[in-house]
Design a protein around this ligand. Structure first.
Ligand code: F0G
Length: 467
């Protein structure tokens, strides 16, 4: 007998639980009103299933917790730093490992060290903190994703790839001397958690190096990207995710990392690179703003958790379960005709709210309306990635809409089980069958930058009824 089970199980058992409590519809309605219909403003206690982000929200393992108890809290030369340094060097091959409190600190230190005003930093797609840090350094963040990335329904195995022709055109247009570094985000978060192929990394690396431009990887979800390469790219089926990650990093010259993702930690990050001179300058800035070079704003126990977590993120059983969880939800939504970004990516399912709610124009924020409705119905918190986040005000008070109106359902690592996903599916199928009654919103107050975190909204239907 040979038992080949079809069910992919959670590859862990649970030895500590955190209760979640269902709220009543009236509680959720009140919470929405108090939060001005902005889900960032709702206390987490009032959320049943929290899919706002996969960043720092994962569950740590017994090995990570026991490592934390062994954390060395020395200011200089902490044993936990050397453990982290050894792990990152083993996986990436980079020479200088600079710990930071999270990914954006690594970005700020890198870009404020190497960018001059007028420089251009190409990427497949910059994450928003990356873009903001490049712009804060006076440089331009330029997205060069392949054309397929802009079409939610188009299937492509590596929809996170960079368009290498556009990269060559950009180098010819601005000159290599104005491109201090080229980035690749793996997986491409803003583009739907889509992977980048090894072939694409190799091609981008060759172009960059022919022009003496260093290539840096935004490595937040490097393990998930390695899994997609193993599954989808010819020649990699027999390689382990660790081998794939090593090969990929060795095509690059450095990386920025938020260890809150594939570091499996609740906080932390690092900057890693080969260049001695850049590293020395980055370390000076680190001491000024984050902390000494062997802790960079982290506790010793945080570095222990990351050192262990980086390897756990590369376990095949874990990655199989992780990526399947996302595809499991995606498959059910596709079968029910609910439009999503396809194929499903590594850490999230992205609902295409523009296609699901065609009666709500971008100026009335369909993706925000869908987030509000999902919370109202089922207590699930998702995040808007549409015109609230990316809409740009025009001089006449109107706005340029974002290219896509998406809702991201982001899965924290090792936190929810299949029945949570089944409940979520039920809620989404119900919403999908009752879209006609969903109304848009208008913004009643907003901050001058990063407005999505704090903006106040008013539901349009209610106003119409009142007035
Ligand atoms: N790069 C990517 C691709 C990211 O997804 C993030 C964070 C960062 C950099 C910044 O890292 O948060 O540690 O400072 N993404 C989170 C998200 C916030 O919800 O997607 P950080």
């Amino acid at each position: 007998m040979a038992f080949h089970p079809q069910t992919i199980i959670e590859p862990f058992r649970i030895k500590m639980v955190e209760p979640i409590t269902a709220t009543q519809p009236a509680d959720r309605e009140a919470a929405l009103r108090e939060a001005h219909y902005n889900l960032f403003q709702i206390p987490a206690e009032k959320v049943l299933i929290d899919l706002l982000t996969d960043s720092g929200t994962g569950a740590m393992s017994t090995e990570q917790w026991s490592g934390m108890l062994r954390g060395d809290e020395s200011y200089a030369g902490s044993r936990s730093f050397y453990k982290l340094e050894a792990a990152v060097k083993d996986i990436t091959g980079f020479h200088h490992i600079i710990p930071t409190h999270q990914g954006r600190a690594a970005e700020r230190i890198l870009f404020s060290t190497i960018c001059r005003p007028g420089d251009v930093i190409p990427s497949n797609t910059h994450f928003d903190t990356t873009r903001a840090n490049i712009e804060a350094a006076g440089a331009e963040a330029r997205d060069l994703a392949i054309a397929e990335a802009h079409h939610p329904a188009v299937i492509h195995p590596f929809k996170g790839n960079m368009d290498v022709d556009l990269l060559q055109q950009t180098i010819a247009e601005v000159g290599a001397e104005h491109i201090p570094v080229c980035m690749l985000t793996i997986t491409n978060n803003s583009g739907g958690g889509q992977p980048v192929s090894m072939e694409n990394v190799r091609a981008v690396s060759a172009i960059c190096h022919a022009h003496n431009i260093p290539l840096f990887i935004d490595a937040c979800r490097f393990a998930e990207n390695a899994w997609f390469i193993k599954q989808r790219e010819p020649g990699y089926a027999d390689h382990t995710p660790l081998e794939i990650a090593r090969e990929l990093f060795r095509l690059a010259d450095g990386c920025t990392m938020s260890a809150k993702k594939d570091g499996m930690a609740n906080i932390g990050g690092f900057l890693a690179m080969q260049q001695d001179e850049w590293a020395a300058r980055c370390q000076n800035l680190l001491i000024l703003t984050e902390g000494f070079t062997t802790y960079g704003g982290l506790a010793g126990y945080d570095m222990e958790a990351i050192a262990v977590g980086l390897y756990e993120a590369l376990h095949e059983d874990y990655l199989r379960y992780r990526i399947r969880t996302v595809a499991y939800l995606g498959d059910k939504l596709i079968a029910a005709g609910i439009p999503i970004v396809q194929p499903t990516g590594g850490h999230a399912v992205y609902l295409d709210a523009g296609a699901l709610l065609p009666h709500i124009p971008s100026a009335q924020y369909p993706a925000q309306a869908l987030c509000v409705e999902l919370y109202r119905l089922a207590g699930v918190r998702a995040v808007e990635i549409g015109s609230v986040m990316f809409g740009r005000p025009r001089a006449d008070g109107s706005e340029d809409a974002a290219p896509l109106e998406l809702v991201r359902l982001t899965f924290p690592r090792r936190v929810y089980t299949q029945s949570h996903v089944d409940y979520l599916t039920e809620a989404l199928l119900y919403l999908g069958a009752h879209t006609a009654t969903i109304r848009g919103l208008r913004i009643t107050w907003q901050a001058p930058a990063l407005r999505h975190f704090t903006a106040h909204f008013a539901p349009l239907g209610v106003e119409a009824a009142i007035g």
